[in-house]
Write a protein that binds this ligand. Structure first.
Ligand code: SF4
Length: 210
């Protein structure tokens, strides 16, 4: 965070005066609308399929954004459904070298995600890679919210495999979306998930993705 301090006057000046022009401190790229979960609280999958940008098209965008972003989130849909996600991250790293590349995931692709994360962490060695596994309930109750049988177990498998990687620039987090489906049980959900000993635990309030 300390490296942010010299940039703060620029950001503040641009925000209040519109000068000097500085591009965002943080932004989110939704690389796909496809998702292999069926959360009733989100429904982004209803927007798929759409034509997704290619790595070459992203390269033009990231090149124009340059080095200002400190934190870039790669979101979806489910970002690991993109088989070229490591290439997208590499392009971001080449042009922006953000301190943090944050990727939320439902964790279902337990065979693909650890391999992809290892590749991303090694390619983007100067960035902290945050993988946030999204868990809204425990066991079958989570599967019910996500509309996918076995989702909870597969996410646990992904978590365990990522833990074994022991990559120095990997932060492994858990992320709970709070909605009408789980809000009353949130203390118990937190108590159970925190036993996994994630590096971070965050929550967000459910909203329809735009
Ligand atoms: S909340 Fe996440 S996992 Fe659920 S459908 Fe939306 S993008 Fe997919």
């Amino acid at each position: 965070m300390i490296e942010l301090l010299p940039r703060l006057p620029w950001y503040k000046s641009y925000r209040s005066l519109g000068y000097p022009k500085r591009l965002p401190l943080s932004y989110t790229v939704s690389v796909t609308y496809r998702c292999n979960s069926r959360c009733a609280s989100c429904r982004i999958y209803d927007k798929a399929p759409v034509t997704e940008l290619t790595v070459a098209e992203y390269e033009r965008i990231f090149k124009s954004v340059g080095h200002m972003p400190y934190w870039i989130t790669i979101s979806g849909g489910e970002p690991f459904l993109r088989r070229d996600i490591a290439d997208i991250c590499k392009t971001i790293y080449n042009y922006s070298k953000p301190a943090i590349i944050n990727i939320p995931t439902n964790g279902i692709l337990y065979k693909i995600i650890p391999q992809a994360v290892e590749k991303i962490a090694k390619t983007c060695a100067g960035s902290n890679i945050i993988i946030n596994l999204s868990l809204d309930e425990i066991g079958e109750a989570h599967d019910k919210i996500r509309g996918v049988k076995g989702n909870y177990e597969r996410t646990k498998q992904t978590y365990d495999a990522l833990r074994l990687l022991k990559l120095p620039n990997l932060t492994l987090g858990i992320h709970t979306v709070i909605s009408k489906f789980n809000v009353k049980r949130f203390p118990q959900i937190y108590d159970e998930l925190i036993k996994w000993k994630p590096d971070s635990y965050i929550t967000e309030v459910a909203e329809e993705r735009i």
